[in-house]
Design a protein around this ligand. Structure first.
Ligand code: ATP
Ligand code: MG
Length: 227
């Protein structure tokens, strides 16, 4: 079932950041939201999360950096327990092992603080936490900003493998067209708070129509990135 969202908008400090926007996200699809820094991508994510939560659609969000999701003074097992509690789930070591394995983190003790793990591992842990709620939609906001490109590609492959098995829709948000082009079947281009293009990935790469999409595509170095 496709998720249809209409009339999303957002204002901050009296300024319109996101103009009224409609989105269609096909179930199990991989959609990329691209646009320059400051275009309103994260704002759109927050508005989308608020809307879906209000409608009762389960949605999970992996924020731009693991620090936004993890308290540096609390151990990782505390974060896991808190997330289970917030979702009304009883502790389930089998489910925990399955998710940790899906993100390539099996057999790692969780009785440590986040700082004991690399940022890449912390990011994977946050993604595993986000999958705990069995979301219909997983929003990854700049999922690779904390990761080197090779680890980033491996992490996204792990997430996609899990999503394929479970029918989760993925929205990858990035200013990096190379990343989005490699990971998404469909691309949305956001510019100054407006979706200016909405097309299948090969179509957008071959025939960008808007000024913003043309500018992104004309930076040819995107094609050389590994993820
Ligand atoms: N709380 C806020 N108060 C005022 N302005 C804000 C606030 N949050 C965001 N903005 C402004 O809204 C615009 C869009 O911000 P947003 O973070 O959504 O962009 P983005 O596309 O995610 O950028 P980036 O690629 O750098 O993450 C920016 O001009 C930003 O300064
Ligand atoms: Mg952002």
């Amino acid at each position: 079932m496709t998720l249809h969202i209409t009339g999303l908008s957002a204002a901050r400090a009296g300024r319109t950041i996101l103009h009224p926007t409609d989105l269609s996200l096909p179930k199990g699809g991989r959609v990329g939201l691209v646009g320059p820094s400051g275009a309103g991508k994260s704002t759109l994510c927050h508005a989308l999360i608020d809307r879906l939560q209000a409608e009762g659609t389960p949605v999970s969000h992996v924020p731009q950096s693991p620090e936004e999701a993890l308290d540096p003074l609390r151990r990782l097992d505390f974060h896991w327990r808190q997330a289970e509690r917030a979702l009304g789930l009883a502790p389930d070591p089998i489910r925990q092992n399955m998710l940790m394995k899906a993100l390539g983190l099996e057999a790692r003790p969780l009785n440590v603080r986040p700082g004991s793990w690399s940022r890449g591992m912390q990011q994977r842990f946050v993604i595993a936490l986000a999958l705990l709620s069995r979301p219909a939609l997983l929003i990854l906001d700049e999922p690779t900003s904390a990761l080197d490109p090779v680890i980033a590609a491996a992490t996204l492959e792990l997430v996609e493998g899990h999503a394929v098995q479970t029918g989760i829709t993925i929205l990858v948000v990035t200013h990096d067209l190379g990343l989005a082009a490699a990971r998404a079947d469909w691309l949305l281009v956001l510019d100054a708070g407006r979706i200016v293009e909405d097309a299948a990935t090969p179509e957008l790469l071959a025939r960008p129509k808007s000024v913003a999409a043309r500018a992104l595509v004309s930076h040819r170095n995107w094609a050389a990135l590994p993820c």
